[in-house]
Design a protein around this ligand. Structure first.
Ligand code: GDP
Ligand code: MG
Length: 442
């Protein structure tokens, strides 16, 4: 939706040289919608839009930049600034064992993340790690931590449902001291923010074990309600960091912005799979792109500066949004549009500075050659084959390879890439251009 609407507005604005009160209002309305669609909480959106507006109207001379381009740049920079630049690893700056308390709603991913962190601290920081579960309400929760702790290669301190969480934590702390552990990770019961009793329990736990890190684990798929959860936990505990889980899902992850703004705590890590290696250092740049829809930004910038085949682009966007019917013709269309943009390298120059710096790691020359080869392969296919790639078996592959002057393996590789792209398009609903470029750069 953001693409369509901003596209129209940018078209109307083309030729206007400056950001003015009236054109910025229209654009901001669309940005606001996009943020709400990404599930950023309403009050956070309001604040954010106000800041962007100030900055946008404050810009006097935009140089060669057109207003649309400039505004997208401002929005992007403000998103990054709000979510926090720079990375903050886990703070272990304490008399060992450094205690880490995990807090968050039921199902947020605390237990999984506890094991992920254990693995991270063992492998990346060479620490001796102990875990313990204070979740005495569900016997299965203690067993779950035992299992994932073993997978992480850490040690697990036993607890049972008839114990008090406070006693469990203190016993584990004592054990950790005696056995020279560097880190003690304390997993806690899943609680609902409104549950006063459980909130009091974790407060008492915090007071007794004095953690150096109190991490708020929050599900990226949580929508508008993230703000209430974050408020409740911030009031109860001095949070030192946030871990955003389930970023591998479909959501645009607007919760990051809400939670960061409400708690003021840095977002330290992102969970990107159920597996224990699915933990990444949180990247505000990349996440800003995700919230806005990276494909949207690229499309917008491109249009403002060059003027692409709008109709084709919209058709493709509609197809992709419907989640099916993405075939090799569309794939070819994408490749050709990328060329039409005047070369990937020149497109990169048009992106906001931080974005192009990131993309700069890609070998553009190679990427462009690669596009041409792929184009050649698809052009050697019959229209029917392009519509129904599943028809392409051994004999056809050989014919196509001959026609394009490549090896059969290369045809296979293209088909595989197409399949991945098809899957990705469905998942990302059109935001996949950046990923695609990276892929093509090898
Ligand atoms: P807890 O109640 O807060 O301890 O949450 P759990 O750690 O038990 O996780 C709840 C569910 O979310 C489990 O099925 C996990 O496998 C899943 N989960 C946790 N983190 C992630 C993640 O980053 N990505 C995905 N896809 N699933 C996750
Ligand atoms: Mg749990």
């Amino acid at each position: 939706a953001l693409t369509d609407k901003l596209t129209r507005l940018v078209k109307e604005m083309r030729g206007q040289a400056r950001i003015t009160e009236s054109n910025v209002q229209d654009m901001l309305r669309e940005v606001r919608m996009a943020l709400l669609e990404a599930d950023v909480a309403l009050p956070v959106v309001r604040d954010f839009i106000a800041r962007v507006k100030d900055k946008a109207l404050g810009q006097e001379v935009m140089g060669s930049l057109k207003p649309g381009q400039a505004l997208v740049g401002i929005v992007h920079r403000e998103l990054v600034a709000t979510m926090g630049e720079g990375v903050a690893d886990i703070n272990l700056n304490a008399q060992p064992p450094a205690v880490i308390l995990m807090a968050g709603l039921q199902g947020a991913g605390k237990t999984t993340t506890t094991a992920k962190l254990a693995k991270h601290l063992i492998e990346k920081r060479k620490k001796k790690v102990l875990t313990v579960s204070g979740d005495v309400y569900r016997p299965a929760a203690i067993e779950q931590l035992k299992t994932v702790t073993a997978q992480a290669g850490a040690e697990w301190f036993p607890s049972t449902p008839d114990q008090k969480p406070l006693d469990i934590a203190l016993a584990a702390l004592d054990y950790a001291k005696k056995h020279y552990f560097d880190v003690l990770l304390v997993d806690t019961a899943g609680r609902l923010a409104i549950d006063e009793l459980l909130m009091q329990e974790i407060k008492d736990l915090h007071a007794a074990i004095k953690p150096v890190e109190t991490l708020f684990v929050v599900d990226a798929m949580q929508g508008q309600d993230a703000i209430n959860t974050a408020k409740a936990f911030k009031e109860a505990l001095p949070l030192t960091g946030i871990i955003l889980t389930k970023l591998d899902g479909d959501s645009r992850g607007g919760a990051a912005l809400s939670v960061r703004q409400i708690t003021g705590a840095p977002i330290k890590f992102a969970g990107v799979s159920e597996k224990l290696d699915g933990l990444e250092v949180f990247d505000a740049e990349r996440h800003a792109g995700r919230i806005l829809g990276m494909g949207d930004i690229v499309a917008l910038v491109e249009q403002v500066s060059a003027g692409v085949d709008m109709e084709a682009a919209q058709k493709l966007a509609a197809k992709v949004k419907s989640g099916d019917g993405f075939d090799l013709n569309d794939f070819l269309g994408q490749l050709q549009q990328m060329k039409q943009m005047g070369g990937l390298s020149s497109l990169m120059d048009k992106l906001p500075a931080q974005l192009s710096a990131k993309a700069g790691a890609v070998d553009m020359d190679r990427a462009e050659k690669d596009i041409k080869r792929k184009e050649g392969i698809i052009q050697s296919m019959t229209p029917k084959e392009r519509r129904r790639p599943e028809l392409i078996k051994a004999t056809r592959k050989k014919r196509i390879a001959n026609g394009a002057g490549v090896q059969v393996q290369e045809v296979n590789r293209l088909l595989k890439e197409f399949e991945q792209m098809q899957g990705m398009m469905k998942k990302m609903k059109g935001g996949g251009l950046m990923k695609m470029m990276k892929k093509m750069g090898g």
